[in-house]
Write a protein that binds this ligand. Structure first.
Ligand code: GUN
Length: 280
C-alpha cells in the first residue's frame, strides 16, 4: 500500500509547536510581528494573504496588514518597505507576489532587509542557503523537507530528482536536498530523457506547473513522490503536476493534492517568522 504523506496533519503539528514557542516567548516579553503587504486586489492573492493573517492569529504572531491600491508607485512601496525595515517592532516583511507590472519585482525583493526576509527570496538569503550559512529559506521547499523528515523518509545518500528550476521552488529545493546529503539532479524543459532521469529517483519532487504530467511511467517502484503543483482539472477538481491515480500505483509514498505540499508553505512561513528572532 502506498504511504500518503499528509501535509494537513503535519502542517497542523508544526503550527501547534510554533504556537507553544510563541507563548513561551510572549511570557518572556518577546513579541513577533509580521508585516504583510498586498498591492492591488488580485483575488487569489487576497485569499493567500487572508490565510497568512489567519495563521498568524492562530499561532499568536501579530500581523500588520497593508492593502495598497493597484496604482501605488514603486517609490511608495519602497518607502513603506524602508520604514518597516527600520521598525524594531517588525520582525518579518512579506510583499505578496505578483506585484503590478509597473513595479519591478526584483527591486522589491532586494529592498526587504535580509534580516526580515521571511519569504527567503532575497539574494542574500538564497546565497546563504547555497553556502550553508544561517538565513531564511523559501517556504515551499522548506516545507517539503519537513514532510519527508516527519514521514520517516530518509534523504541522505538517496537519488533525489527535482523537476523545475524556479528561484522559489526548484533551485532552493535542490540546495536543501543537497544540505540533507541527497544526491541531487535538477531537470527542466531542456532536459533530455526526462523519463529516464526521473526513473532513477528515490525521491522525486515535481514542480513543473503542468497538470498531471508525471504518471507511473516516470516513477521507480517504491519511490517517494512529492507534488508541488496545484491546478484545476477538466472537471474543476484540484490536481497537481502528478497524475495521482496512476503514480500512486507504483510510488512507495506520495503527497496528495490538495492536502500535501500546499498547507506546508504557510506553516513554514510561520516558522520563519518565529525564527526571525534568531537571524542576525
Ligand atoms: N505569491 C505566491 N506565492 C507566494 C509566496 O510564497 N510569497 C509571496 N510573497 N508571494 C507569493
Amino acid at each position: 500500500m502506498v504511504q500518503l504523506i499528509d501535509g494537513k496533519t503535519i502542517s497542523k503539528q508544526i503550527k501547534d509547536e510554533l504556537k507553544e514557542q510563541v507563548a513561551e516567548l510572549s511570557a518572556k516579553g518577546v513579541k513577533i510581528c509580521l508585516a504583510v503587504i498586498q498591492v492591488g486586489n488580485d483575488p487569489a492573492s487576497s485569499v493567500y494573504v487572508g490565510n497568512k493573517k489567519k495563521a498568524c492569529a492562530y499561532i499568536g504572531i501579530d500581523s500588520l496588514s497593508y492593502e495598497l491600491p493597484e496604482e501605488t508607485t514603486e517609490k511608495e512601496l519602497l518607502e513603506l518597505i524602508d520604514k518597516l525595515n527600520k521598525d524594531d517592532a517588525v520582525n518579518g516583511i512579506l510583499v505578496q507576489l505578483p506585484v503590478p507590472k509597473h513595479i519591478d519585482e526584483d527591486k522589491i525583493i532586494k529592498a526587504i532587509s535580509p534580516l526580515k526576509d521571511v519569504d527567503g527570496f532575497h539574494p542574500m538569503s538564497v546565497g546563504a542557503l547555497s553556502i550553508g550559512q544561517p538565513g531564511f529559506v523559501s517556504c515551499t521547499p522548506a516545507g517539503v523537507i519537513q514532510l519527508l523528515k516527519r514521514s520517516g523518509i530518509e534523504i541522505a545518500g538517496k537519488e533525489c530528482v527535482v523537476i523545475g528550476r524556479s528561484n522559489i521552488v526548484g533551485k532552493p529545493m535542490a540546495m536543501l536536498l543537497l544540505r540533507e546529503n541527497g544526491t541531487v539532479t535538477i531537470c527542466h524543459s531542456k532536459t533530455k530523457d526526462l523519463k529516464e532521469v526521473c526513473k532513477r529517483a528515490d525521491i522525486l519532487v515535481v514542480a513543473i506547473g503542468r497538470p498531471k504530467m508525471i504518471d507511473a511511467s516516470y516513477i521507480k517502484e517504491g519511490a517517494t513522490v512529492i507534488d508541488v503543483g496545484i491546478h484545476r482539472d477538466e472537471n474543476n477538481k484540484l490536481c497537481g503536476d502528478v497524475d495521482f491515480e496512476s503514480a500512486s500505483k507504483v510510488a512507495g509514498a506520495i503527497t496528495p493534492v490538495p492536502g500535501g505540499v500546499g498547507p506546508m508553505t504557510i506553516a513554514m512561513l510561520m516558522h520563519n517568522c518565529v525564527d526571525s528572532i534568531n537571524i542576525k
